[in-house]
Design a binder for this molecule. Structure first.
Ligand code: PAF
Length: 282
């Protein structure tokens, strides 16, 4: 089993000892309720680095008042067993009081790339993510940090924050892990009813169709976006939030279909918002 740390001091001291011994740290921040997507990040961290470390913390700063903070699924024993299977040596499991003993007067905001897509639907979300990730990076110290491409905008925000603030962290993006029917793994999939769960793979199917249209030579952004929007509009369980072809690095909206792009989609299935994305023209 990994060494479980309830306090920042204990986790930081353990990782400092590992670095002093000459080991490189691979860090995976999570909000728990781990699934195979997190497993792939932990295995990448353990495979690329000498010591894999994780955090499990449901971060209140990134939830709006109307969101699912109190209902967010939790299962610490199962999480620790999975972290162990994937080779984690240290896991930080702090309380909210440990992370935020006093109201935060210091927060991190990343401009521009947070304005659209998830940022438009959840205006306070990325400041909450950037603040907790900056705090975790400061606790962990020099490391490689692993994030899933499922939350593609989050990955772009964290990369930009780490670069802008010269953090001693290599941010590594890892491929989306999917269920057999194509649904991207997410802790929130447990909220889906049976009918919503059967409908949810439309996200991946429609993204693949859009990527195929682009590969076949379609050059109109509106036409490629309509492939996804129309497929989701035809699914009664789904309610489209956005379907956008963007530059893979800057997340600026595409003006023509070309190389180095990403198609981002978000849709509601009942009260549950699901995200997905696919590379286009890479
Ligand atoms: O992706 C998540 O689970 C969270 O946003 C993160 C990066 C752990 C920050 O709370």
């Amino acid at each position: 089993m990994p060494e479980v740390h309830a306090t920042i001091d204990s986790f930081r001291a353990a990782l400092d000892r590992e670095r002093t011994a000459g080991w490189r740290i691979g860090f995976v921040p999570t909000m728990g309720y781990l699934h195979e997507g997190h497993g792939s990040l932990l295995r990448a961290a353990a495979g690329d680095c000498d010591v894999a470390a994780a955090s499990i913390f449901v971060n209140p700063l990134q939830f709006a008042a109307s969101e699912d903070l109190s209902d967010y699924p939790r299962d610490l024993d199962r999480d620790l067993a999975l972290a162990d299977d994937c080779g984690a040596a240290h896991v930080l499991v702090p309380s909210v009081e440990e992370m935020y003993p006093t109201p935060m007067l210091t927060t991190v905001t990343v401009a521009d790339i947070t304005a659209r897509y998830e940022g438009a639907s959840r205006p306070t979300h990325f400041a909450g993510v950037a603040t907790v990730v900056a705090k975790l990076f400061s606790i962990v110290g020099p490391c490689a940090a692993y994030f899933g491409e499922k939350d593609y905008q989050q990955l772009a925000v964290v990369r930009r924050m780490a670069a802008d603030l010269s953090m001693p962290v290599d941010v590594v993006g890892c491929p989306i892990v999917r269920e057999a029917d194509g649904l991207a793994m997410s802790s929130r999939n447990v909220y889906l009813t049976e009918a919503q769960r059967s409908a949810a793979p439309i996200l991946h199917r429609s993204l693949r169709a859009a990527a195929a249209a682009a590969a076949a030579g379609e050059r109109s952004v509106a036409a490629v976006e309509a492939v996804v929007a129309d497929a989701i509009a035809a699914e009664p369980e789904a309610d489209l939030d956005y379907a956008a072809l963007v530059d893979a690095a800057t997340l600026e909206p595409a003006t023509a279909v070309g190389g180095g792009q990403r198609f981002l989609v978000a849709a509601r299935f009942g009260a549950t918002r699901l995200l997905d994305n696919i590379a286009v023209g890479s």
